[in-house]
Design a protein around this ligand. Structure first.
Ligand code: PLP
Length: 473
């Protein structure tokens, strides 16, 4: 057997080893998302190559761990889940510092930050110059940004917040130790838009007490993305930082355009986007991005301690799998399918005597009126949709209760406004949604609606109440 391998096989083996290594080395040299996705075995090769740089995995030397953090993992399953990468990222000094014991983990974290920046450029945010992947979701990342802004503005107490009814971004203000100045939205035909004048007035009167203005791009209709360029100009005028919650805005051309415009025409210090909502990875991470590297460095330094590498790793693995091409395709598909969902919803609405709110700038979420359903039954309709396996479609009933969050009262929480409305149904077409899912959605939705209405009318006739309003879902 041994004898059957000759010079030719040897040459082939050498060339295979060389080209494999070249692929890894090239990636590390360029630190860009490759044009085409990599086969899975190459992605695995990269992981084990990187892991082999960490001291506890070295084969060229045996190191004796004489510290309290040596990347020890007791469970073989856990070790496998983490592909032998157990050191995490960062050091106590900063999230972006290299850990000398864990060169491989540090390389992977570095690749993740570069990929994050590259992906934002690919999505169209060309003004962005620096990005960092943090193992925190969007709300906590917003909090981290505010905490880092405190250093420049030690006496500031408030965050001016253009209202969006999403609890984590509201709570992020309190978590960072600030109080919100809530600015209600104004109605412009169907849409809810930023009250630019009120924000300008607040900054004029008490700009010095304000740590930052927080605006939001991606949101549920009929709220539209905030007017970032206008707010950026006001922030520049008053020297107040501007933080943007771009939770799932990477997939919307309009949100990306707003960020570019605001960055060039005024002040936009940092913007945050969720990893799971934009990149189809498990929940757990976000990208904080900025026009200035110094802003990102300051945020990385504010983070107390070391952190999990998992969100960074998953972003790199995902973008290596899709390649730049696949990532662009997922954005293009979202755009195409959103229009498809809108047309389908409009035609369904038309059929049942409802209408879809016109919010041109919202390219992800849709809202359809529910005027044909009695107010007290609207919540029930929402839970019936959920029970039929339609997740994510949410009913905002007309009689929504007032809630208290961190001591602040919100009327009509969920609808972004104190204004009365007739109740509506929200749905979103996010990145990753497929045509098959949409077809099924529009199979189930009309069925659910018509059987619900039938029950309702039967109910009217015999006044037996089989329809219990159920808030528990
Ligand atoms: C998802 C989301 C957030 C943040 O939620 P996290 O769980 O902290 O990621 C904030 N604002 C909006 C509009 C969101 O959609």
């Amino acid at each position: 057997m041994k004898a059957s391998f000759g010079k030719r096989e040897e040459a082939l083996s050498n060339s295979v080893s060389k080209s494999t290594h070249k692929m890894l080395a090239n990636l590390w040299e360029k630190k860009d998302i490759p044009e085409e996705g990599w086969p899975e075995h190459m992605v695995e090769r990269l992981l084990s190559w990187l892991a082999s740089h960490d001291t506890n995995n070295r084969v060229d030397s045996i190191s004796i761990g004489a510290g309290e953090r040596e990347g020890r993992v007791a469970s073989p399953l856990v070790r496998r889940l983490h592909c032998n990468l157990s050191h995490g990222v960062g050091r106590s000094g900063s999230l972006d510092e290299i850990q000398p014991k864990a060169i491989g983990s540090s390389m992977l974290a570095c690749l993740a930050n570069e990929f994050a920046l590259h992906s934002l450029h690919v999505a169209g945010i060309s003004t962005c110059k620096a990005a960092i992947v943090v193992p925190l979701c969007t709300g906590m990342s917003l909090s981290l940004c505010m905490t880092s802004f405190r250093k420049q503005r030690p006496n500031a107490k408030y965050v001016v917040w253009s209202r969006i009814d999403q609890k984590s971004c509201f709570k992020s203000i309190y978590h960072a130790g600030f109080k919100p100045i809530i600015v209600d939205l104004v109605r412009e035909r169907d849409a809810l838009v930023t009250d630019v004048q009120s924000i300008a007035r607040i900054l004029e009167e008490r700009g010095k007490q304000v740590v930052c203005v927080m605006t939001t791009t991606s949101c549920f209709a009929p709220r539209s993305p905030d007017n970032l360029p206008a707010i950026a100009r006001i922030c520049a005028e008053h020297g107040v930082p501007h933080l943007v919650n771009n939770a799932y805005g990477v997939q919307s051309e309009h949100c990306c355009r707003l960020i570019n415009e605001a960055s060039t025409s005024g002040r936009l210090d940092a913007f945050v986007q969720s990893l799971d909502k934009n990149f189809q990875v498990p929940v757990g991470g976000a990208i904080i991005a900025a026009r200035k590297q110094s802003v990102i460095n300051s945020i990385a330094k504010t983070y107390p301690g070391r952190a999990s590498l998992v969100p960074a790793r998953d972003l790199v693995l995902t973008l290596l799998h899709t390649g730049k091409r696949g990532f662009i395709q997922s954005l293009e598909q979202q755009k195409r399918l959103f229009n498809f969902v809108r047309r389908k919803l409009e035609s369904f609405a038309n059929h049942i005597g409802e209408c879809v709110y016109e919010v041109e700038t919202n390219e992800i979420s849709l809202a359809m009126t529910l005027g044909t359903i009695p107010v007290e039954k609207q919540t029930l309709f929402g839970s019936i949709l959920f029970n039929r396996g339609i997740t994510g479609a949410r009913v905002i009933p007309a009689n929504v209760k007032t809630i208290t969050l961190e001591g602040c009262e919100f009327q009509n929480f969920g609808s972004h406004t104190d204004e009365k409305h007739g109740g509506y149904l929200n749905m979103a077409c996010g990145v990753g949604m497929t045509e098959v899912e949409i077809d099924e959605l529009f199979n189930r939705l009309p069925l659910a609606y018509s059987s619900f209405m039938k029950e309702l009318h039967k109910d009217d006739r015999c006044s037996c109440n089989n329809l219990q309003d159920d808030d528990s879902i």
